[in-house]
Design a protein around this ligand. Structure first.
Ligand SMILES: [Zn+2]
Length: 230
């Protein structure tokens, strides 16, 4: 399991002597990050959200590909294997592309579930395309609070799980689908009302799954607040 502390200790520590990373240093840092996340997984949401400030969509794609080579679900919060493990060396890139575009279940060779496919897509589209070496100072561990807050805000991502948890009613699910489409996340390869319906069904199901999990684990914070009140 990877934590923010691990990322700082293993990935960032060697780069603490200056604010401006050279292109080469930024590349090394990215490789380290891919290395640590390709055979481990983020311990909590905070870690995955923290990591976003060092990632571009391309670096994230590298993590995804490497995780798949290690037979792990692409989503870096997950320790499971993809639903269908296929030897990635046995098929050509063209075949892979063809399968991806023509097989509606292709995501199952990359992810453990459709849910993690969506989580991963949603994370990836939010990542900045600004090169890492241009994000001056982002790699420094001892930030002052103002600077830390600036980076946290500038490279903030919302996790799909968090988004779903906030959306309770059916109406929200519909507006959620609209929002996802604007981000370029399609309900399927072909635009059709059936695909929208499918997406809506999926979202509602995940939503209730999340609620069930939360009811099983009553919030500790909630209990504490109760005890505190007079
Ligand atoms: Zn997964």
């Amino acid at each position: 399991m990877t934590t923010i502390e691990d990322i700082q200790k293993i990935v960032l520590r060697p780069f603490q002597n200056h604010r401006q990373l050279s292109m080469r240093e930024a590349e090394t840092l990215s490789l380290e990050l891919v290395g640590i996340l390709c055979d481990s997984y983020c311990k909590n949401r905070e870690t995955l959200k923290y990591v976003a400030r060092f990632l571009t969509q391309d670096t994230y794609q590298d993590i995804l590909d490497e995780r798949n080579l290690n037979k792990m679900c692409g989503y870096p919060m997950c320790a499971k294997a993809p639903e269908r493990v296929r030897d990635p060396f046995s098929i050509s890139d063209n075949t892979k592309k063809f399968l991806w575009e023509n097989n509606p279940y292709a995501y199952l060779s990359t992810y453990c579930s459709k849910f993690h496919f969506r989580c991963s897509q949603f994370y990836q589209v939010q990542l900045s395309d600004e090169a890492l070496f241009a994000r001056t100072g982002v790699h420094l561990i001892a930030q002052n609070a103002t600077e830390e807050a600036t980076f946290a805000e500038k490279y903030e991502v919302t996790l799909f799980e968090e988004l779903l948890r906030k959306k309770a009613s059916e109406d929200d699910v519909k507006s959620l689908i609209m929002g996802l489409k604007r981000l370029g996340i399609q309900s399927g390869e072909v635009e059709s009302p059936e695909n929208d319906e499918q997406m809506q069904e999926d979202l509602s199901k995940w939503l209730s799954d999340i609620k069930i999990v939360e009811n099983k684990e009553p919030s500790i914070l909630g209990d504490l607040t109760k005890e505190d009140s007079p």
